[in-house]
Design a protein around this ligand. Structure first.
Ligand code: ADP
Length: 163
């Protein structure tokens, strides 16, 4: 099959998250699911969750001290989120492309069909998160799904994608 042949090239996992503003918007989940289907991602894991402020601080520790950090931390612990582990060839960069640039004005002008371009409200309330490298994906998947092993999944499931 064409899809399985393509996945066999460079199967990756990535983390995608609908942020609290996206969960509150009536159209974001539908648009996101459509992008998942249209782009042949496989949903490996999915769950709804809500962060405490400490979770938010820990996840975004690399931004500690930046002018938007407190705003970001408060926002990310302000309501429910939905997290996905997605599989596909080049999943990391492909999901980033569908999500659009971080800053909303840039997303609107350069990628109006992206999730952030369509639904982003501000540079902080920008609808979705997506891992920015394979290394980040591994770490972030572990943060959201501590019971899930990327290595074990790759060993057990990758051969099935090749079949
Ligand atoms: P991305 O989410 O695109 O990987 P970053 O890792 O740089 O972007 O930033 C993490 C999150 O912090 C962004 O998604 C956004 O919610 C917030 N953020 C980043 N830059 C800014 C900014 N200049 N002003 C306000 N919020 C920002």
């Amino acid at each position: 099959m064409l899809l399985t042949a393509r996945l066999a090239k460079a199967l990756q996992l990535t983390l995608a998250v609908v942020k609290p503003d996206g969960m509150a918007h009536p159209l974001v989940l539908e648009a996101l699911h459509q992008k998942i289907l249209d782009n042949s991602f496989v949903i490996v894991k999915c769950k709804d969750l809500a962060w405490k402020k400490q979770d938010s601080e820990k996840f975004y520790v690399e931004h500690a001290g930046r002018f938007f950090y407190q705003r970001l931390v408060e926002f990310m612990s302000s309501g429910p989120m939905r997290a996905y582990v997605l599989a596909r060839e080049d999943a990391v960069s492909h999901w980033r492309e569908l999500m659009g640039p971080t800053k909303v004005f840039r997303a609107i002008y350069t990628s109006p069909a992206s999730l952030r371009g369509q639904f982003g409200l501000t540079d902080t309330r920008n609808t979705t998160h997506g891992s920015d490298s394979m290394e980040s994906a591994r770490r972030e998947i572990g943060f959201f799904f501590p019971e899930f092993s990327v290595e074990a999944w790759m060993q057990q499931e990758e051969p099935a994608f090749r079949a």
